[in-house]
Design a protein around this ligand. Structure first.
Ligand code: BG6
Ligand code: MG
Length: 215
């Protein structure tokens, strides 16, 4: 298979922003009387804002909030999260990612972002990566969040590459399922189930290891 595009998740693959999502959700969860820990947080990775809050409420058996109240807390969480993001600098890009981007650019392979985060353009700008990226799939333009395949198919479409010529990288279980359902070669970072290629850290990723796994 010839690789023509690599589709990247953002939070937890390009930068360690997953910890900021956790800090912000933990604060909001506490405000509504729910305790969450790192283990529960795994269920929020790759999941959009609305569903993340629903999972937190279900975890605490909270059924009393109106839609307006939910929107208030989701907005508050996003404001807290954006406050934490202000500290991001290019030094926060995860190991190996800039080298991988440069290798892909040198090999004429497109780089497309398949994140469900509405903050992706802001984060990529803070990390000084926007000029290396060919496309960012707009999560508002897709119907279903991960684990549905939609955002990965949109990211492939945006760079004009068939899914069969893409590989995609994820750090969340919902993301691996989304990639697999899109019938794209899946690369997992961390302790994940079901990835076609699994690495412990982004520092291990390069074109050679990906090409070898494809054979
Ligand atoms: C995903 C994160 O990338 O984006 C989730 O893994 C997060 O934790 C989701 O909920 C939505 O992000 P945002 O920034 O639009 O709230
Ligand atoms: Mg992620």
């Amino acid at each position: 298979m010839e690789i023509k595009a690599v589709l990247f998740d953002l939070d937890g693959v390009i930068a360690d922003t997953a910890k900021f999502h956790f800090i912000a959700w933990k604060t909001i969860a506490k405000e509504v009387g729910v305790e969450i820990d790192e283990k529960f947080n795994e269920k929020l990775k790759g999941v959009d804002r609305v569903l993340s809050f629903e999972r937190i409420l279900a975890h605490g058996n909270i059924t009393s909030l109106t839609e307006e109240e939910k929107e208030y807390y989701r907005t508050k969480k996003n404001n807290l999260y954006k406050e934490l993001l202000k500290k991001l600098t290019p030094d926060d890009v995860l190991p190996g990612i800039v080298d991988l981007f440069n290798e892909l650019i040198d090999n004429n392979i497109k780089i497309s972002i398949a994140s469900i985060s509405q903050n992706a353009p802001y984060i990529l700008e803070k990390l000084n990566l926007l000029e290396k990226i060919d496309a960012i799939a707009d999560p508002k333009a897709v119907k279903n969040s991960k684990p549905a395949p939609d955002i990965f198919l949109k990211a492939a479409e945006m760079v004009g590459v068939d899914a069969c010529n893409c590989v995609a990288i994820e750090d969340a279980e919902a993301g691996i399922e989304a990639i697999n359902r899109a019938e794209i070669f899946s690369i997992g970072v961390g302790d994940l189930f079901g990835a076609d290629l699994l690495v412990d850290s982004t520092g291990e990723l390069n074109l050679d290891i990906i090409r070898k796994a494809l054979k």
